[in-house]
Design a protein around this ligand. Structure first.
Ligand SMILES: [Zn+2]
Length: 716
């Protein structure tokens, strides 16, 4: 999902922030009150090493501590006890007997202690890959559906072939009936929640008075009815006999659904244009992690679906042009000879070709082989997790080819900015492919219409945004979803950061490249950092791991914060070489499969060679905050200086230090995160014997540092 105003709001904030500094000192005023940060860290950061002493007002001399540590080989925790013990011998003894417990809790309190991940097994390995016994269910659909443009209804009939690859007997199957989101008794309708703000856009998941729904007329297997129970947007289908491991069940479903008159439910219509998705009864995912993933469709939290093949026949008025997930099987029946000839030229040409020109659009005598009666459009798609389509009698249609992929845009004549959309589309598919993983499908198509921005395999819906940069942002974003979650099928109903966030991260490079040399192009890449102060509100900010339906700032928690997380991991922690190898390996390992957060964490460590549990703890599992500070500079007896640095909050990150020397030279030192291994204070022995004049932490301003006034030290 991506909203029309996303780019706009982002850019607006970006330029504003850029002028006054992304994280300027003005925020310092509130930071004293913000020292509550560590207390929110469930693991108890206040107990972490020297932090306790500092907060308690105990003499905070880490250098002494380090010497003691070297001398007696004990942890910072033990040193605290030792020092107290010097004056309170009894307490020391008490503490001494509690050493085992305290040492363990000190380790648990450290931001570097291992994440509590589910144990690796033969389904999912410790290296974050599918294991030797990895399985997932397969669901193949054969669908025949008819669109009634008078009543705005779809009637459909499908045969579902469900293959049980699990080691379990399945007494029932769970299905999604997403159009029941707007049925009178749905959770969404009963709660009638107000629209929520997504950066500059309002996103309305309510049904605005529309009463829709999907009506099941028949569920049968081998001619016998299957008992079924509908609970709002989900349906349990009870099987006469449990489906055994390796078993295949074919069953038929007949249904009818009402098409909403807007895009609130991620699909809908606008006059003669139909953008149809979440429209057929489909299987929920059954997996090794949670069994049935039968979370209802409430609004936020998109889809988690099985992979399979689709064979879909759409019966449409002959005046309509259609496009869908999958390859068109009968172009000679539904396209004119001119259109087929232009398409053949387009696939071989990166230069766009108009398949339906501005002059032709809406003139069905020129655009349709027949303008009366109805036509069947036949599509097939292999190994995809969903199927959507769009249809209209007055599309303009542009196309181009890149690397064997047919790239297409469909839009209405009023949407004049869309004349550029085909170039944006080619650039997006090409850039994503070259940077991360080749585009996996035969075509990549985007359709202009009322939907604020939605993604389906091979097909996306994008609105005609007021600003061309916004059109580009949403268009590229929806195409980015072809990688996450279409290709890498994570669970969007639970972990939107793994699709919206990963995708937003990739989009930043596409936007920066498409607009390079412009003000927008130069600022968009670090926009998530620029909007950090407005969104990462202390005490309110939620961890990325929060379920989407419980998120009140989806634009931040599901999109921009995870994008910032990956940018910092790529540029400041691992470096592009290590990051890219790991991220590509993740895509490769989980192509057309169902990864979990633990799988992602593990494969990133396995390929990059760096334990990142501390990173995921701070960025995914908790809303940790960062404040890196310089405490002071101490001259060394033998010449040169030591810089005393402190990590004052519960997030740890590497630290970059720029040092200006008395001889007029400047050096920048990048200190790895291991500097905080022994506690939140670190003394850096600046190389050389020249006196230090000024030091500054994070001089490039890449870190979301809460308090910048403590980042600089100047010689008195
Ligand atoms: Zn999205």
């Amino acid at each position: 999902m991506g909203m029309g105003g996303e780019g706009d709001a982002k850019y607006g904030v970006s330029t504003g922030r850029g002028r006054r500094g992304a994280h300027d000192g003005r925020r310092g005023a509130g930071d004293g009150a913000r020292a509550t940060g560590p207390a929110r860290w469930a693991m108890g950061p206040a107990r972490w090493g020297g932090w306790t002493r500092h907060r308690a007002g105990v003499a905070c001399d880490w250098d002494v501590g380090r010497n003691m540590l070297r001398r007696d080989g004990r942890s910072p925790w033990l040193r605290v006890i030792h020092r107290i013990g010097n004056t309170m011998y009894t307490l020391y003894l008490l503490a001494f007997f509690a050493l085992g417990t305290l040492t363990a809790s000190a380790q648990e309190a450290s931001p570097f202690h291992p994440l509590d991940l589910p144990a690796a097994n033969t389904y999912r390995t410790g290296s974050g890959r599918p294991g030797v016994d990895y399985w997932q269910q397969r669901v193949d659909y054969t669908i025949q559906a008819s669109l009634n443009v008078e009543t705005n209804e779809i009637t459909g009939s499908e045969t579902i072939r469900y293959t049980n690859n699990s080691p379990d007997d399945l007494p029932y199957l769970w299905m999604h009936l997403e159009q029941n989101m707007c049925a009178p008794t749905s959770v969404t309708n009963q709660l009638d929640q107000p629209p929520f703000i997504f950066l500059g856009s309002v996103f309305d998941f309510s049904c605005q008075g529309f009463e829709g729904g999907i009506f099941i007329n028949r569920i049968q297997s081998a001619g016998r009815d299957l008992a079924h129970h509908i609970y709002n947007t989900t349906m349990r289908v009870d099987l006469a006999e449990p489906l055994p491991p390796g078993g295949v069940l074919a069953f038929d479903v007949d249904w009818r659904m009402i098409i909403p008159p807007y895009g609130g439910a991620r699909m809908g219509r606008d006059e003669a244009l139909y953008e149809i998705a979440q429209w057929y009864p489909r299987l929920a995912v059954y997996d090794d992690v949670r069994g049935w993933n039968n979370e209802p469709y409430i609004g936020a939290g998109e889809f988690y679906l099985e992979y399979g093949d689709f064979d879909v026949t759409l019966d449409l008025p002959a005046t309509y042009l259609a496009v869908a997930t999958g390859e068109l099987q009968n172009p000679e029946a539904v396209l004119t000879p001119t259109q087929r000839e232009r398409l053949a030229r387009a696939i071989a040409s990166e230069t766009p070709v108009s398949i339906v020109t501005k002059d032709e659009a809406g003139n069905t005598a020129r655009t349709r082989p027949s303008s009366s009666g109805r036509l069947d459009w036949h599509f097939k798609a292999s190994d995809v997790r969903d199927f959507a389509f769009a249809a209209s009698p007055n599309f303009r249609w542009d196309a181009a080819g890149w690397n064997g992929v047919l790239i297409q845009t469909f839009y209405r004549s009023e949407a004049t900015k869309w004349e550029e959309a085909i170039r944006m589309a080619v650039h997006s598919i090409k850039t994503f492919s070259e940077m991360w993983h080749p585009y996996p499908y035969p075509h990549a198509t985007t359709v202009e219409g009322p939907i604020e921005g939605m993604e389906y395999p091979m097909l996306t819906f994008v609105p005609d945004n007021a600003r061309v940069e916004d059109l580009h942002w949403v268009l590229a974003h929806e195409f980015g979803h072809e990688w996450f979650p279409m290709l890498v099928g994570s669970n969007e109903r639970l972990y939107p950061w793994m699709d919206e966030g990963f995708n937003t991260f990739m989009d930043l490079y596409v936007a920066a490249d498409y607009y390079k040399g412009t003000e927008y192009g130069e600022s968009i890449e670090w926009n998530p950092l620029a909007i950090y102060p407005d969104n990462a509100v202390p005490g309110e900010e939620q961890a990325l791991i929060t379920r989407p339906v419980a998120q009140y700032n989806l634009a931040w928690t599901a999109y921009n914060k995870p994008a910032l997380m990956l940018q910092l991991l790529r540029h400041e922690v691992l470096g592009p070489e290590r990051f890219d190898a790991a991220f590509k390996a993740y895509i490769q390992a989980w192509t057309n499969k169902h990864p979990t957060p633990a799988d992602f964490f593990r494969i990133m460590r396995d390929v990059s060679g760096m334990d990142l549990d501390w990173f995921w703890r701070g960025w995914v599992m908790t809303p940790a905050r960062l404040d890196q500070a310089v405490l002071g500079v101490v001259p060394r007896a033998e010449g040169g200086s030591n810089v005393r640095l402190q990590n004052k909050q519960d997030m740890v990150m590497p630290l970059e230090l720029r040092v200006d020397f008395a001889d007029g030279t400047t050096q920048t030192f990048r200190l790895p995160v291991e500097m905080w291994n022994q506690g939140p204070i670190f003394t850096y022995r600046v190389p050389g014997t020249t006196a230090v004049r000024t030091v500054e932490i994070d001089p490039r301003r890449r870190m979301p540092d809460d308090e910048r006034t403590n980042n600089v030290w100047r010689a008195p």
